[in-house]
Design a protein around this ligand. Structure first.
Ligand code: ADP
Ligand code: MG
Length: 249
Protein backbone atom coordinates (compact mmCIF):
# COMPACT_ATOMS: atom_id res chain seq x y z
CA UNK A 1 0.00 0.00 0.00
CA UNK A 2 1.21 3.50 -0.72
CA UNK A 3 0.57 6.34 1.65
CA UNK A 4 -1.19 9.49 0.49
CA UNK A 5 -0.52 11.16 3.83
CA UNK A 6 2.24 10.23 6.20
CA UNK A 7 3.15 11.82 9.51
CA UNK A 8 6.31 10.94 11.36
CA UNK A 9 7.06 11.98 14.93
CA UNK A 10 4.75 14.99 14.69
CA UNK A 11 4.51 17.24 17.73
CA UNK A 12 2.29 20.28 18.02
CA UNK A 13 2.54 22.83 20.78
CA UNK A 14 0.43 25.93 21.27
CA UNK A 15 2.79 27.90 23.49
CA UNK A 16 3.46 25.61 26.43
CA UNK A 17 0.43 23.44 25.62
CA UNK A 18 1.57 20.13 24.10
CA UNK A 19 -1.43 19.15 21.98
CA UNK A 20 -0.04 16.44 19.64
CA UNK A 21 2.54 14.04 21.03
CA UNK A 22 4.70 12.00 18.69
CA UNK A 23 2.08 11.25 16.05
CA UNK A 24 2.96 8.56 13.50
CA UNK A 25 0.30 7.65 10.99
CA UNK A 26 -0.42 7.01 7.37
CA UNK A 27 -3.52 7.38 5.23
CA UNK A 28 -3.34 5.02 2.27
CA UNK A 29 -4.33 5.89 -1.27
CA UNK A 30 -7.93 5.04 -2.07
CA UNK A 31 -8.70 4.21 1.57
CA UNK A 32 -10.66 5.80 4.39
CA UNK A 33 -8.95 6.62 7.66
CA UNK A 34 -11.31 7.47 10.53
CA UNK A 35 -10.11 9.36 13.61
CA UNK A 36 -12.08 9.06 16.83
CA UNK A 37 -11.49 10.34 20.35
CA UNK A 38 -12.86 12.55 23.11
CA UNK A 39 -13.47 16.26 22.75
CA UNK A 40 -10.27 18.24 23.25
CA UNK A 41 -8.01 15.27 22.49
CA UNK A 42 -6.42 16.94 19.44
CA UNK A 43 -8.41 15.48 16.51
CA UNK A 44 -9.04 18.80 14.75
CA UNK A 45 -5.47 19.91 15.31
CA UNK A 46 -4.26 16.63 13.83
CA UNK A 47 -6.46 17.06 10.76
CA UNK A 48 -5.44 20.72 10.38
CA UNK A 49 -1.77 19.73 10.52
CA UNK A 50 -2.41 17.47 7.50
CA UNK A 51 -3.15 20.46 5.26
CA UNK A 52 -1.06 23.00 7.19
CA UNK A 53 -3.93 25.08 8.49
CA UNK A 54 -1.80 24.47 11.58
CA UNK A 55 1.97 24.05 11.35
CA UNK A 56 3.43 21.05 13.15
CA UNK A 57 6.06 22.15 15.65
CA UNK A 58 8.27 19.12 14.96
CA UNK A 59 8.24 16.11 12.70
CA UNK A 60 7.62 15.39 9.05
CA UNK A 61 4.54 15.45 6.87
CA UNK A 62 4.16 13.91 3.45
CA UNK A 63 1.09 14.57 1.29
CA UNK A 64 1.20 12.96 -2.15
CA UNK A 65 4.71 13.57 -3.42
CA UNK A 66 5.42 16.59 -1.21
CA UNK A 67 7.41 16.04 1.95
CA UNK A 68 8.10 18.70 4.55
CA UNK A 69 10.15 18.72 7.73
CA UNK A 70 9.33 20.88 10.71
CA UNK A 71 11.59 22.12 13.47
CA UNK A 72 10.71 24.61 16.15
CA UNK A 73 10.86 28.07 14.65
CA UNK A 74 11.33 27.15 10.97
CA UNK A 75 8.68 28.62 8.72
CA UNK A 76 8.03 26.59 5.58
CA UNK A 77 7.97 28.53 2.33
CA UNK A 78 4.58 29.90 1.45
CA UNK A 79 4.49 28.43 -2.05
CA UNK A 80 5.36 25.01 -0.64
CA UNK A 81 2.53 25.33 1.88
CA UNK A 82 0.07 26.30 -0.86
CA UNK A 83 1.20 23.48 -3.14
CA UNK A 84 0.72 20.97 -0.35
CA UNK A 85 -2.63 22.44 0.69
CA UNK A 86 -3.92 22.21 -2.89
CA UNK A 87 -3.61 18.44 -2.75
CA UNK A 88 -6.29 18.43 -0.08
CA UNK A 89 -9.94 19.44 0.26
CA UNK A 90 -11.39 20.23 3.69
CA UNK A 91 -14.98 19.84 4.83
CA UNK A 92 -15.73 21.71 8.06
CA UNK A 93 -18.26 21.05 10.78
CA UNK A 94 -19.88 24.45 10.19
CA UNK A 95 -19.89 24.21 6.35
CA UNK A 96 -18.13 27.61 5.96
CA UNK A 97 -19.92 28.43 2.68
CA UNK A 98 -19.74 31.98 1.33
CA UNK A 99 -23.18 33.34 2.34
CA UNK A 100 -23.32 36.04 -0.33
CA UNK A 101 -22.70 33.61 -3.21
CA UNK A 102 -25.03 31.12 -4.82
CA UNK A 103 -24.45 27.42 -4.40
CA UNK A 104 -23.03 27.24 -7.93
CA UNK A 105 -20.69 30.19 -7.30
CA UNK A 106 -19.50 28.59 -4.06
CA UNK A 107 -18.45 25.48 -5.98
CA UNK A 108 -16.89 27.51 -8.82
CA UNK A 109 -14.91 30.00 -6.72
CA UNK A 110 -11.71 28.08 -5.95
CA UNK A 111 -11.61 26.57 -9.42
CA UNK A 112 -11.42 30.04 -10.94
CA UNK A 113 -9.28 31.76 -8.29
CA UNK A 114 -6.89 28.95 -7.37
CA UNK A 115 -6.81 26.68 -10.43
CA UNK A 116 -7.38 29.53 -12.95
CA UNK A 117 -10.02 27.51 -14.76
CA UNK A 118 -12.22 29.37 -17.20
CA UNK A 119 -15.71 30.32 -16.03
CA UNK A 120 -17.27 27.83 -18.44
CA UNK A 121 -15.03 25.01 -17.32
CA UNK A 122 -15.63 25.80 -13.64
CA UNK A 123 -19.38 25.96 -14.19
CA UNK A 124 -19.37 22.60 -15.96
CA UNK A 125 -17.41 20.91 -13.15
CA UNK A 126 -19.52 22.58 -10.44
CA UNK A 127 -22.72 21.43 -12.15
CA UNK A 128 -21.40 17.85 -12.34
CA UNK A 129 -20.48 17.89 -8.67
CA UNK A 130 -23.81 19.35 -7.58
CA UNK A 131 -25.52 16.57 -9.51
CA UNK A 132 -23.31 14.07 -7.72
CA UNK A 133 -24.34 15.33 -4.28
CA UNK A 134 -27.99 15.49 -5.35
CA UNK A 135 -28.31 19.28 -5.48
CA UNK A 136 -28.44 20.09 -9.19
CA UNK A 137 -31.74 21.89 -8.63
CA UNK A 138 -30.24 24.18 -5.93
CA UNK A 139 -27.48 25.70 -8.08
CA UNK A 140 -28.96 29.19 -7.97
CA UNK A 141 -30.05 29.12 -4.32
CA UNK A 142 -28.13 30.88 -1.54
CA UNK A 143 -26.75 28.89 1.40
CA UNK A 144 -29.29 30.41 3.82
CA UNK A 145 -32.10 28.92 1.73
CA UNK A 146 -30.77 25.38 2.25
CA UNK A 147 -31.06 22.92 5.12
CA UNK A 148 -27.89 22.11 7.07
CA UNK A 149 -27.63 18.76 5.30
CA UNK A 150 -27.87 20.43 1.91
CA UNK A 151 -25.30 23.06 2.90
CA UNK A 152 -22.89 20.36 3.97
CA UNK A 153 -23.38 18.53 0.67
CA UNK A 154 -22.44 21.79 -1.07
CA UNK A 155 -19.41 21.89 1.26
CA UNK A 156 -18.40 18.47 -0.02
CA UNK A 157 -18.93 19.47 -3.67
CA UNK A 158 -16.84 22.58 -3.06
CA UNK A 159 -14.02 20.58 -1.47
CA UNK A 160 -14.06 18.18 -4.45
CA UNK A 161 -14.06 20.97 -7.03
CA UNK A 162 -10.30 21.49 -6.98
CA UNK A 163 -9.68 17.79 -7.65
CA UNK A 164 -7.89 17.13 -4.35
CA UNK A 165 -5.92 13.94 -3.85
CA UNK A 166 -7.41 13.57 -0.38
CA UNK A 167 -10.51 14.88 1.37
CA UNK A 168 -10.36 15.81 5.05
CA UNK A 169 -13.59 15.91 7.08
CA UNK A 170 -13.79 17.47 10.55
CA UNK A 171 -16.97 16.17 12.21
CA UNK A 172 -18.99 16.80 9.05
CA UNK A 173 -22.32 15.91 10.66
CA UNK A 174 -22.02 17.16 14.23
CA UNK A 175 -23.77 20.48 13.53
CA UNK A 176 -26.73 18.75 11.87
CA UNK A 177 -30.15 17.82 13.17
CA UNK A 178 -30.26 14.02 13.48
CA UNK A 179 -32.65 13.58 10.55
CA UNK A 180 -30.17 15.33 8.20
CA UNK A 181 -27.10 13.27 9.13
CA UNK A 182 -27.92 10.34 6.84
CA UNK A 183 -27.95 12.27 3.56
CA UNK A 184 -24.46 13.63 4.24
CA UNK A 185 -23.04 10.27 5.32
CA UNK A 186 -24.50 8.71 2.17
CA UNK A 187 -22.57 11.15 -0.04
CA UNK A 188 -19.36 10.40 1.86
CA UNK A 189 -19.98 6.68 1.51
CA UNK A 190 -20.46 7.03 -2.25
CA UNK A 191 -17.14 8.88 -2.53
CA UNK A 192 -15.47 6.11 -0.53
CA UNK A 193 -16.92 3.50 -2.88
CA UNK A 194 -15.42 5.41 -5.81
CA UNK A 195 -11.98 5.14 -4.23
CA UNK A 196 -11.56 8.70 -2.94
CA UNK A 197 -8.84 8.91 -0.28
CA UNK A 198 -10.36 10.36 2.88
CA UNK A 199 -9.54 11.19 6.48
CA UNK A 200 -12.66 11.60 8.59
CA UNK A 201 -13.02 12.79 12.18
CA UNK A 202 -16.41 11.61 13.40
CA UNK A 203 -18.44 10.52 16.41
CA UNK A 204 -20.80 8.48 14.21
CA UNK A 205 -19.59 5.02 15.18
CA UNK A 206 -21.95 3.01 13.00
CA UNK A 207 -20.91 5.06 9.97
CA UNK A 208 -17.25 4.77 10.98
CA UNK A 209 -17.55 0.97 11.15
CA UNK A 210 -19.07 0.86 7.69
CA UNK A 211 -16.81 3.31 5.89
CA UNK A 212 -13.39 2.99 7.54
CA UNK A 213 -10.54 0.88 6.29
CA UNK A 214 -8.55 1.92 9.35
CA UNK A 215 -9.51 3.59 12.64
CA UNK A 216 -7.25 5.60 14.90
CA UNK A 217 -8.19 6.63 18.42
CA UNK A 218 -6.62 9.80 19.79
CA UNK A 219 -6.58 10.57 23.50
CA UNK A 220 -4.75 13.48 25.15
CA UNK A 221 -2.76 14.12 21.98
CA UNK A 222 -1.53 10.54 21.52
CA UNK A 223 -2.64 7.77 19.20
CA UNK A 224 -3.64 5.13 21.73
CA UNK A 225 -5.09 2.52 19.36
CA UNK A 226 -5.05 1.78 15.67
CA UNK A 227 -6.63 -1.00 13.66
CA UNK A 228 -9.57 -2.16 11.59
CA UNK A 229 -13.09 -1.06 12.58
CA UNK A 230 -13.62 -4.58 13.92
CA UNK A 231 -10.57 -4.27 16.17
CA UNK A 232 -11.17 -0.73 17.41
CA UNK A 233 -14.93 -0.18 17.37
CA UNK A 234 -16.60 -3.58 17.43
CA UNK A 235 -14.21 -5.51 19.71
CA UNK A 236 -12.02 -2.92 21.41
CA UNK A 237 -9.25 -4.49 23.44
CA UNK A 238 -8.00 -1.25 24.92
CA UNK A 239 -9.65 -0.09 28.14
CA UNK A 240 -9.57 3.63 27.23
CA UNK A 241 -11.18 2.88 23.86
CA UNK A 242 -13.88 0.83 25.55
CA UNK A 243 -14.70 3.52 28.06
CA UNK A 244 -14.78 6.21 25.34
CA UNK A 245 -17.15 4.13 23.20
CA UNK A 246 -19.43 3.37 26.12
CA UNK A 247 -19.72 7.09 26.86
CA UNK A 248 -20.75 8.09 23.35
CA UNK A 249 -22.98 5.20 22.25
P1 ADP B 1 -10.66 18.01 19.33
O1 ADP B 1 -10.85 18.36 17.89
O2 ADP B 1 -10.26 16.59 19.56
O3 ADP B 1 -11.82 18.40 20.17
P2 ADP B 1 -8.68 20.14 19.27
O4 ADP B 1 -7.65 19.72 18.29
O5 ADP B 1 -9.69 21.14 18.79
O6 ADP B 1 -9.41 18.86 19.87
O7 ADP B 1 -7.98 20.75 20.54
C1 ADP B 1 -6.98 20.06 21.26
C2 ADP B 1 -6.41 20.99 22.31
O8 ADP B 1 -5.69 22.03 21.66
C3 ADP B 1 -7.44 21.66 23.18
O9 ADP B 1 -6.95 21.72 24.48
C4 ADP B 1 -7.56 23.04 22.58
O10 ADP B 1 -7.93 23.98 23.54
C5 ADP B 1 -6.15 23.29 22.08
N1 ADP B 1 -6.12 24.19 20.91
C6 ADP B 1 -6.67 23.94 19.71
N2 ADP B 1 -6.45 24.95 18.85
C7 ADP B 1 -5.74 25.88 19.54
C8 ADP B 1 -5.18 27.16 19.21
N3 ADP B 1 -5.31 27.69 17.99
N4 ADP B 1 -4.50 27.81 20.20
C9 ADP B 1 -4.35 27.28 21.41
N5 ADP B 1 -4.83 26.07 21.78
C10 ADP B 1 -5.51 25.38 20.87
MG1 MG C 1 -12.49 19.07 16.85
Amino acid sequence: MTAMIEMKNVQKLFGPHHVLKDINLSAERGKVLVIIGPSGSGKSTLLRCMNLLEMPTEGSLTVGDIRMEFHDGNKPKRDQVLTLRRQTGMVFQSYNLFPHMTVLANVMEAQVIVLKRSIEEARKRATELLRKVGLADKANAYPSQLSGGQQQRVGIARAMAVDPKVLLFDEPTSALDPELVGEVLKVIQELAAEGMTMVIVTHEMKFASQVADKVIMVDEGCIIAEGTPEEIIQNPAHERVRSFLSRIT
